[in-house]
Design a protein around this ligand. Structure first.
Ligand code: COI
Length: 334
């Protein structure tokens, strides 16, 4: 009987895992709440493939340990593949799949809600109300329809974000090195990132963490932006030079920052630090600011998205172990 082993299964994923198992009685499914590490790789021994999700790196040692236990078919329940040692995966002949589109709306919606909250100065107003200061001034909002919204990256998520912002009545402009023909016809694209930075009141990033994009938001790009710009990063931490953002916030150039991802998030986000020494003073500073909205990489975290991540990852893994062509293969190249 075909067997699939899943790592790091959370409580909120279990109903969807059960749904998949019920629909696939001929497949044996086993799982653990433990992360995949060189030490836990042996738990999957005897399985034909593994389903995984973790922010912890898939190191050469981890991949080797899986291969030593006879497993080279690995299906991610998420999109990002930046934490896989691809050279090692290639050497060991791994076949990998991801779930590139599980719910663009989950992430785009979060970006839009948080951007609107920044514009209305909601965090400041919430803090005032909590201490029973019920005066209006000086906490005045900006309407979304009065903003030029610049979208960097017009893939699935960027496009949903554009629609939501247009629903609010904003003027939307976009930049992408890969132009979508439909959007191009409609005249959304500006010629360069510099043009977008110069024109946009709100800038939202929807691009992957590839070397060319690392620290694309830096002192120089912030200097090109409009006074009182709002910057939104729900994509990948390394896109933003955190020190530069802090300088932009300190100088008053940046009106607000929406941050769902952070350069130093691995090992810090999705942990409970209450009552413990907080490990990152820079992050603590950002969290405390009234014009910074920090969420711990939860833009994706909806029931809709989690269901799709689980079900699609298991579907993908079954395709791999049955020797079928995977619907969403990841290029394994070092
Ligand atoms: C991804 O799918 O790569 C994400 O960024 C969401 C992840 C935290 C599950």
């Amino acid at each position: 009987m075909t067997k699939i082993f899943a790592y790091a299964i959370r409580e909120d994923e279990k109903p969807f895992l059960k749904e998949w198992e019920d629909a696939h009685k001929d497949v044996e499914v086993e799982y653990t709440d433990k992360l995949l590490t060189p030490e836990t790789a042996a738990l999957a021994k005897g399985a034909d493939g593994v389903v995984v999700y973790q922010q912890l790196d898939y190191t050469a040692e981890t991949l080797q340990a899986l291969a030593d236990n006879g497993i080279t078919k690995m299906s991610l329940r998420n999109v990002g593949v930046d934490n896989i040692d691809m050279a090692k995966a290639k050497e060991l002949g791994f076949q990998i799949t991801n779930v590139p589109v599980y719910s663009p709306d989950a992430i785009a919606e979060h970006a839009a809600i948080q951007a609107a909250r920044i514009l209305r100065q909601d965090k400041r107003m919430d803090e005032k109300v909590a201490r029973h200061d019920l005066r209006w001034a000086p906490t005045i909002g900006r309407e979304v329809r009065d903003q030029v919204v610049g979208v960097v990256g017009t893939g699935h998520i960027g496009q949903v974000f554009m629609k939501i912002m247009e629903g609010f009545g904003a003027k939307v402009i976009a930049y992408d090195i890969f132009k979508n023909p439909e959007l191009e016809k409609k005249g959304y694209y500006v010629d360069s990132l510099d043009d977008l930075y110069k024109q946009a009141d709100v800038i939202s990033l929807h691009v992957p963490d590839v070397p060319a994009n690392v620290h694309m938001i830096n002192d120089k790009s912030i200097a090109e932006m409009k006074q009182d710009v709002v910057i939104v990063n729900v994509s990948r931490g390394p896109l933003v030079d955190t020190d530069a953002i802090i300088r932009g916030l300190d100088s008053g150039k940046v009106f607000g920052y929406v941050m769902d991802v952070y350069e130093g998030e691995v090992g810090v986000f999705n942990e409970d630090w209450e009552g413990k020494e907080f490990p990152d003073a820079r992050l603590a500073d950002l969290i405390a600011r009234p014009n910074v909205l920090v969420t711990p990489h939860t833009a994706f975290y909806t029931t809709h998205a989690v269901r799709n991540m689980v079900v699609k990852a298991f579907d993908n893994n079954l395709e791999l172990v049955e020797g079928k062509e995977a619907e969403t293969p990841v290029k394994v190249e070092g």
